[in-house]
Design a protein around this ligand. Structure first.
Ligand SMILES: NC(=O)C1=CN([C@@H]2O[C@H](COP(=O)(O)OP(=O)(O)OC[C@H]3O[C@@H](n4cnc5c(N)ncnc54)[C@H](OP(=O)(O)O)[C@@H]3O)[C@@H](O)[C@H]2O)[C@@H](O)CC1
Ligand SMILES: [K+]
Length: 658
């Protein structure tokens, strides 16, 4: 999934409108419809008078899709493309071809062959037919969809067999005197059982984001939901397509208030659509915008944001004061970078990316588009990683490479051990841990699979500058050198690192104190390396490397990581929630795996080991960094789950979950 800046999004809008000839108002119409569908989906999830429903996950695609697994488990295995979600009940079986199944309270039916959308609310979904089929069931049992194009819905009772496009079958039925069951449904995505209990305020800004909100208001009204417009500015000040939407809403008689002129209590509604500011926002919200945002947050009502939460910097994820705290953000066309970096990711709540007619293939043609959400698809298709980690039947330990790790001191021996063990679990054929000699009696046998290479330490149990010779010799027969976990600082460490940087003919992974050494050295003057370098700083280490404050690093993680990687020709792994991987060629990947329980000592050492282990197996720097981060986060999730309470997670658990 692409991640774009506001500037890149504007360019894609422009090309869609000017080069493809798709009118701006059509895009806005689609945007409004998508927002309305997500409001309806939220209303369905929480039920009448429900709570705020704040979540935090990304999903892609159709209405109400992707709210996986609250309650029953989705049984969504299907061939082809399938989105299954289940809330309270069991998701049905996805059929062949494209299938969207959602179930709320009941059992989802079986998706049929071809394109099938099945949703079930309170009852059991039936089987989708062959061909294109939309089935929904509310309160009763769903009938079976027929062949051909079929729309079936059932409310309260048992659905009959859906009318199908198979004329011959219908004719046969008539010939046998049977009366075909007949079902007509409305627009399921905009159907809400308790619509009359809902009253939404639509906060409308001056620009196109406001236009999206106005279009959404009309669609909500179609769904039977009362929608009241709240203009932040006099409606007359809207221009262009937003003004068209204003006029359409007025012609339909949608009630409209103007902030500051009319009485308004947002707490009187059941939810709020935030269409104040989008990608055209500049700086902190001003005047009526700021006051409306603060009032919306105070109201305690669910907020659905159009495109981005108003008050968020769409590029960096920084939040201005005030910034909307959304339950759901309906991100339009392509995922904005600011929605995947904290604190923006928290302000956005659950992010749903909805297509509005801007082809994502246009993004692929743009040189400037350089960031992606790190998903299994991106790993496989963009980075060419075999995510199955398949082993060759003919393979042996020599096939999977040899890691040399330099780290650990008497007081920080565990960091080296964790890193070395993680390299083994990542699949490296062999791992040699080079360590100060004094450590040997304490760690020998701690991990029998490891090879140990004691370095002369003069009895002090710490590293010294003279060990560079031994490391250079050892690295000659190894596939990767990782330096840093538990390394500590020592006299002459800058020169020591320079010799290893310049003298090793294999990829280099630098972490922890190796990064601190680098931060103090002017390493741009060191000889250029033929083999790649991966740096794995946490925000504090990144701040030292870049000569910034930690707050500055966190304020624009993607931008800074990209700039640093390009300037220093390294692959950079900027750790933290939603770790950023930036390559020297200008590609950034934002990780989607991980768990708050991973904030524990040694987790970073484990990551260094995993990345090194992957490099040893022949992955290139971008592949190893990205896949390593992904696997590390996934293992953390699994380990946190196994522990029961994430606070109990320790770094060793992550290794065991790999
Ligand atoms: N282009 C398209 O075809 C499509 C675009 N789409 C949608 O459009 C959105 C982008 O729309 P946009 O460019 O009109 O900007 P937007 O964020 O609505 O508002 C800018 C206005 O707000 C004002 N303003 C700015 N900063 C402010 C502040 N800090 N505090 C207060 N006011 C501030 C500023 O007014 P000014 O101060 O300049 O008078 C300016 O006029 C995008 O996110 C998506 O939702 C979709 O429909 C798909 C098709
Ligand atoms: K918004």
């Amino acid at each position: 999934m692409y991640l774009v800046t506001a500037e890149q999004m504007r360019e894609l809008d422009r090309r869609t409108i000017e080069e493809l000839g798709i009118p701006a108002v059509a895009l806005m119409e689609n945007a409004g419809r998508a927002i309305a569908e997500e409001v309806v989906a939220l209303c369905r999830r929480r039920g009448p008078g429900g709570g705020r429903d704040r979540g935090n996950r990304w999903s892609n695609g159709g209405s109400s899709g992707g709210d996986g697994g609250s309650g029953g488990g989705a049984d969504g295995s299907s061939n082809g493309s399938s989105n299954c979600s289940s809330s309270g009940g069991n998701g049905g079986n996805g059929g062949n071809g494209s299938s969207n199944c959602s179930s709320s309270g009941g059992n989802g039916g079986n998706g049929g062959n071809g394109s099938s959308n099945c949703s079930s609310s309170g009852g059991n979904g039936g089987s989708g037919g062959n061909g294109s089929s939309n089935c929904s069931s509310s309160g009763g049992n769903r009938g079976n969809g027929g062949n051909g194009s079929s729309n079936c819905s059932s409310s309260g009772g048992n659905g009959g067999n859906g009318v199908s496009g198979d004329a011959a079958a219908a004719e046969t039925a008539r010939a046998h005197g049977e009366r075909a069951g007949f079902q007509v449904s409305g627009d399921n995505a905009l159907t809400l059982a308790h619509a009359d209990a809902e009253r939404w305020f639509i906060l409308v800004g001056k620009g196109n984001n406001g236009g999206d909100g106005l279009a959404a208001a009309r669609h909500l009204r179609e769904a039977g939901i009362a929608a009241t417009l709240v203009y932040a500015v006099p409606p007359e000040s809207l221009t262009g397509v937003a003004a068209l939407q204003r006029d359409a809403a007025a012609a339909l008689g949608l009630p409209a208030l103007q902030y500051g002129r009319d009485r308004l209590d947002l707490a009187e509604g059941s939810g709020i659509v935030d269409a104040l500011l989008g990608t055209g926002a500049a700086g902190a919200p001003r005047g009526a915008y700021a006051e409306l945002i603060a009032a919306a947050n105070r109201s305690g009502k669910a907020i659905v944001s159009a495109d981005i939460p108003s008050g968020l910097d769409a590029d960096t994820g920084a939040t201005h004061e005030p910034c909307i705290q959304a339950s759901v953000t309906v991100c339009l066309a392509l995922l904005k970078r600011g929605l995947v970096q904290y604190p923006g990711a928290a302000a956005a709540g659950r992010v749903v990316v909805r297509s509005i007619g801007i082809p994502s293939s246009l993004a692929g043609e743009e040189d400037g588009v350089s960031a992606h959400l790190l998903t299994p698809e991106v790993l496989q298709q963009r980075l060419g990683v075999d995510v199955t980690r398949r082993r060759s039947p003919e393979g042996h330990k020599g096939t999977y490479g040899h890691v040399l790790l330099a780290g650990g001191t008497l007081r920080m021996s565990g960091a080296g051990l964790l890193s070395a063990r993680a390299a083994l679990r990542a699949g490296a054929g062999l791992v040699t841990w080079a360590l100060p000699q004094q450590l040997l009696p304490y760690v020998a046998g701690a991990a029998p699979e490891l090879m140990l290479a004691p370095a002369e330490d003069g009895g002090a149990g710490v590293w010294n500058a003279a060990t560079a010779d031994e490391l250079l010799r050892l690295s000659g027969q190894r596939d990767v050198l990782a330096i840093g976990p538990g390394l500590g600082r020592f006299a002459g460490d800058t020169e020591w690192l320079r010799r290893l940087w310049e003298g090793t003919a294999c990829p280099l992974v630098l972490d922890a104190d190796a990064l601190n050494i680098l931060a103090e050295a002017d390493y741009s003057g060191w000889a250029q390396r033929k083999h790649p370098v991966i740096l794995t700083p946490h925000p504090g280490e990144m701040a030292r490397l870049a000569g910034r404050s930690t707050a500055e690093v966190q304020a624009d993680r993607i931008g800074l990581a990209l700039a640093y990687a390009a300037e220093h020709q390294v692959t950079l792994v900027l750790k933290g929630a939603h770790t950023v991987i930036a390559t020297s060629e200008g590609q950034a990947y934002v990780n989607t795996t991980g768990h708050p329980g991973m904030g524990t000592g040694g987790a970073g050492d484990v990551l260094t080991g995993v990345i090194s282990g992957l490099l040893a197996q022949g992955l290139n720097a971008a592949q190893a960094a990205a896949f390593g981060v992904y696997l590390h986060g996934e293992a953390g999730e699994k380990a946190a789950c196994e522990r029961g309470n994430p606070a109990s997670l320790i770094a060793g658990d992550i290794i065991e979950a790999l």
